[in-house]
Design a protein around this ligand. Structure first.
Ligand code: GRG
Length: 302
């Protein structure tokens, strides 16, 4: 069962970040932009405003709150991160990548708008993330904006998510060993989740020790997130997932659940949640919501 307080706060964060994304992805050009093509705006909105769980935005907002960070700048950082996450999903669904027709229970962006527009929508979302961070409306000091920009770039790019996707493509032809799978997942999925957990302490100007602790927490739940995803691919159905199930096995893709089985994976997930919760012990009840998030990530159904 989902913790009711967690459920409430996840929905609150989702509602607030969606309202902001709705405004940011409006039709009117911003200062410095020349014009916003309607079709590109529509494709970007389709890729973003289509009912994701908004787990990463929640983590940004709640890790900032833990250290006294204000909600307004947290929501802008959360919106930037969600733009990157959604760009990755739009590009991942393309025929040249995972070739999926369904995402969040709806047609993927290339199915609705065509491939070329989907590529551009992903490109524009990636760029827009850094626009949102740098904008004057993000009320943070220049030092904190630079720190967030660098962390987000590193989490998303060559040595993070995009690099992880490269390793994932290579894994279709040559199965990596267990350490290789863990690295691939830490990059492809884990890096953005870790960023979400590091963002709060940076926004709030927390101590280095707290940043490190939240980074470790992010690493644990990032791994749990991907393990749960791989387990769902193995055990769930497309209707529940809102996307195609059973794709990893069909492609013969090496995942930890495929390697070790369901019982091992459930045990590993329980260990990761325990480790993640233990990292938050110094913060007492203030971190209860993040502990509930760790449990949700490991036990989610879609
Ligand atoms: C194309 C550069 C590039 C990267 C793609 C993130 C990614 C890399 C691919 C997505 C493939 C995938 C399904 C990975 C599993 C983990 C994951 C990111 C799941 C989707 O995230 P959720 O569950 O999605 O948070 P919602 O829809 O709730 O936002």
């Amino acid at each position: 069962m989902i913790d009711p307080e967690f459920d409430k706060r996840l929905h609150q964060a989702a509602g607030a970040v969606e309202a902001l994304l709705n405004e940011l992805l409006g039709p009117a050009a911003r200062p410095g932009e020349i014009a916003r093509p309607d079709r590109l705006v529509a494709a970007m909105r389709h890729g973003v405003l289509n009912g994701g769980k908004r787990m990463r935005p929640f983590l940004v907002v709640e890790t900032a709150r833990l250290f006294g960070g204000a909600t307004e700048p947290s929501l802008r950082v959360a919106a930037a991160l969600e733009c990157i996450h959604c760009y990755s999903l739009v590009h991942d669904d393309l025929p040249a990548m995972d070739d999926d027709d369904l995402r969040r229970g709806q047609p993927t962006v290339h199915k609705a708008f065509g491939e070329a527009t989907a590529i551009l929508a992903g490109d524009a979302l990636l760029t827009y993330a850094f626009d949102i961070l740098a904008d004057d409306a993000t009320l943070l000091s220049a030092d904190r904006k630079v720190a967030l920009t660098l962390k987000l770039a590193r989490a998303s790019g060559l040595g993070g998510m995009a690099g992880g996707q490269m390793l994932d493509l290579a894994a279709e032809t040559s199965t990596p060993d267990e350490a290789g799978i863990v690295t691939l997942q830490a990059m492809k999925t884990g890096a953005l989740i870790r960023f979400a957990c590091e963002a709060g302490p940076v926004i709030a100007g927390a101590a280095e020790e707290d940043l490190q602790r939240l980074s470790d927490f992010g690493r644990k739940i990032g791994l749990a997130f991907q393990l749960a995803d791989d387990l769902l691919d193995l055990t769930s159905d497309s209707t529940t997932l809102g996307k195609a199930a059973g794709k990893d096995a069909a492609k013969g893709k090496g995942t930890l659940p495929a390697l070790h089985g369901e019982a091992w994976t459930r045990g590993k997930l329980a260990d990761l949640v325990q480790d993640a919760e233990a990292l938050l012990t110094p913060y007492g009840a203030d971190a209860d919501i993040l502990k509930a998030a760790a449990r949700f990530v490991a036990n989610r159904k879609n």
